[in-house]
Ligand binder design. Structure first.
Ligand SMILES: Nc1ncnc2c1ncn2[C@@H]1O[C@H](COP(=O)(O)OP(=O)(O)OP(=O)(O)O)[C@@H](O)[C@H]1O
Length: 299
């Protein structure tokens, strides 16, 4: 399969700052990729290079088989900045019609595009009356002009409430299902965990981890947390057979266990039979995994 976006050994320097160092990655059609990293990690720089807005110093970048910023690449890429700004006096329909005209497309598509992002009913209201979530949808409608093959979304859900976020990701799911590749940056790890196929972690301009959440979880090999609730009167007995268990609220016992010892420990707990009232097993969250990888170089 031809990658929609292919980056090899990309390097970018701003005077003394090495913003990107040897970054290589590929995004395939229909893939939803999350770009994570601390402030200053290089996410925006990477996006700007993909969009052809700034030059790079070394390596290669191919956007839909073309050079970033070339007419062929620009025709197939769409960008949604973190805070998309629109003219408050225009209606959603007028704004999208204007963008369609600028792109040389038929302005009559505006209502269809707005309907796709759930704004059909509000299309004839001024954007000044829209909520932040609705404005982001106008932004997404604008990115859909010309059926782009790659969507670059810079923190697209920042400032949105949980329901608007969920709706926004549902729209992205639909676009990915139609074959669009999506590269988005986010600081909200829980939503990325559930709604993307691949995770890239940048730290000080270097790609320190890349893969599915399962890959990263496996590679990080972080301990699993176990919360054991003893049956009435058996707390001391269980604590005796679970060395290292820490007492917690409600009489629970907490344990951290290396992945390699998880099954043996579960068998030991199961062997306690009715002395155990309940057991919760909590795998490392994306936040734990993110901290593990992004702190490796001392950040
Ligand atoms: N035009 C510029 N001139 C000088 N340094 C820059 C410029 N643009 C970015 N940098 C530096 O390059 C590094 C990467 O910045 P970048 O904006 O890509 O990070 P980011 O991961 O997008 O951060 P954030 O999450 O805060 O948006 C930072 O050290 C930043 O200060």
């Amino acid at each position: 399969m031809t990658s929609t976006l292919k980056i090899s050994h990309l390097t970018k320097r701003f005077q003394a700052v090495e913003a990107l160092t040897g970054v290589s990655l590929a995004v395939e059609p229909g893939m939803r990729v999350a770009l994570l990293g601390h402030n200053g990690a290089g996410k925006s720089t990477l996006m700007k290079i993909v969009l052809g807005l700034i030059p790079f110093d070394g390596g290669t970048v191919e956007v839909c088989g073309a050079a970033p910023g070339s007419p062929r690449a620009r025709a197939q890429v769409a960008y949604l900045p973190e805070n998309a700004a629109f003219h408050p006096a225009l209606t959603g329909e007028e704004q999208i019609r204007q963008y369609l005209s600028l792109r040389g497309e038929n302005p009559r598509q505006a209502m269809d595009l707005l309907a796709r992002v759930g704004l059909a009913d509000a299309a004839r209201r001024r954007i000044g009356t829209y909520s932040k979530g609705m404005r982001q949808r106008v932004g997404l409608a604008q990115t859909l002009i010309g059926r782009p093959k790659l969507l670059v979304l810079d923190e697209p859900t920042s400032g949105l409430d949980p329901v608007s976020r969920r709706d926004f990701y549902a729209l992205l799911d639909g676009l990915a299902a139609e074959g669009a590749a999506i590269l988005l940056s986010s600081h909200v790890l829980t939503e990325v965990e559930a709604r993307t196929d691949r995770i890239l972690i940048l730290s000080r301009g270097r790609l320190v981890a890349e893969g599915t959440l399962a890959d990263l979880r496996h590679r990080a090999a972080l301990p699993v947390a176990l919360h054991v609730t003893p049956a009435n009167g058996y707390a001391a007995d269980l604590a005796a057979v679970l060395p290292g268990a820490r007492p917690g609220a409600g009489g629970q016992l907490h344990l951290d266990c290396p992945q390699s010892e998880k099954l043996a420990l579960l068998a030991r707990i199961a062997g306690q039979g009715a002395r155990v009232a309940d057991l919760d097993l909590v795998p490392p969250s994306l936040e734990d995994i993110y901290s593990h990888f992004s702190r490796r170089d001392g950040q």
